[in-house]
Design a protein. Structure first.
Length: 241
């Protein structure tokens, strides 16, 4: 059982989850047995009993049983709350154990583990935004600049001289999915390190050779003013489609 309360809690949760799965498997096997029994010859009374039992089992929602076994989807909103931090190598590590991130924090609760992973991913997105501003010295700009409060808008990250230096302009757009500005892949950030999963090493190198930077928060949007954004750089018109 272990010595800590956390270890005992996890053991109890594991045992409870396993028992629930055994119960669900037993129900499934019972349904199979009923279906087989219906294919065999039997008197009216036997058929009536089989039909009544099948009707009772049909009212049992296995998905609902699984949900009742799950803990609530309530997660911390900070890295410290998750008891994780990025070390000096940019690797995500547990504060107490120094171990990498564990996806299967609770055995046999895949959906809960996935929700926990997604909650951590949102925190990491905010963390990368902070790095873009603090380490890369990029500024966050909302677009369209003339959007009304009721209109949808988004934001980009750009270097201070992106609109005034006509020499070089580099526009970086991340891929589809959950990744946002400054990221290549959330999975790489969590399982490898910041250098592998973010665009920050490339940003810093580009800044050294004085490229201008513009980052889009999202690749696609349905708002017409965000589908085509215009910048005028000393008379040069740049279209982002």
């Amino acid at each position: 059982w272990g010595n800590s309360k956390e270890e005992k809690r996890r053991c109890v949760s594991l045992i409870t989850s396993r028992l629930m799965h055994v119960f669900i498997i037993a129900l499934s096997l019972l349904r199979v047995w009923i279906n087989m029994a219906q294919l065999q010859q039997g008197g009216p009374d036997e058929k009536e009993k089989t039909t009544a039992l099948k009707d009772l089992l049909s009212r049992i929602d296995l998905d609902e049983l699984m949900k009742k076994d799950e803990p609530p989807f309530e997660f911390p909103d900070t890295l410290e709350g998750f008891e994780y931090t990025f070390n000096e190598k940019g690797q995500l590590r547990h504060i107490k154990t120094g171990e990498p991130f564990v996806f299967n924090y609770r055995e046999d609760l895949h959906r809960w583990n996935q929700k926990r992973y997604e909650a951590l991913g949102k925190i990491i997105t905010k963390y990368v935004y902070e790095l873009l501003e603090e380490e890369c010295h990029l500024k966050k700009v909302y677009v369209p600049v003339d959007a009304e409060e009721t209109e949808p808008r988004s934001f980009i990250f750009m270097s201070e001289d992106a609109l005034i230096n006509p020499d070089k302009l580099m526009i970086l757009i991340q891929g589809n999915g959950v990744v946002r500005a400054g990221q290549w892949a959330r999975r790489l950030i969590i399982n490898e390190d910041l250098d592998s999963g973010t665009q920050i090493p490339y940003i810093k190198r580009a800044i050294e050779v004085r490229y201008l930077w513009v980052f889009l928060k999202q690749r696609y949007t349905t708002h017409p003013k965000l589908c085509v954004m215009l910048w005028f750089l000393n008379g040069i018109q740049v279209h982002l489609n």
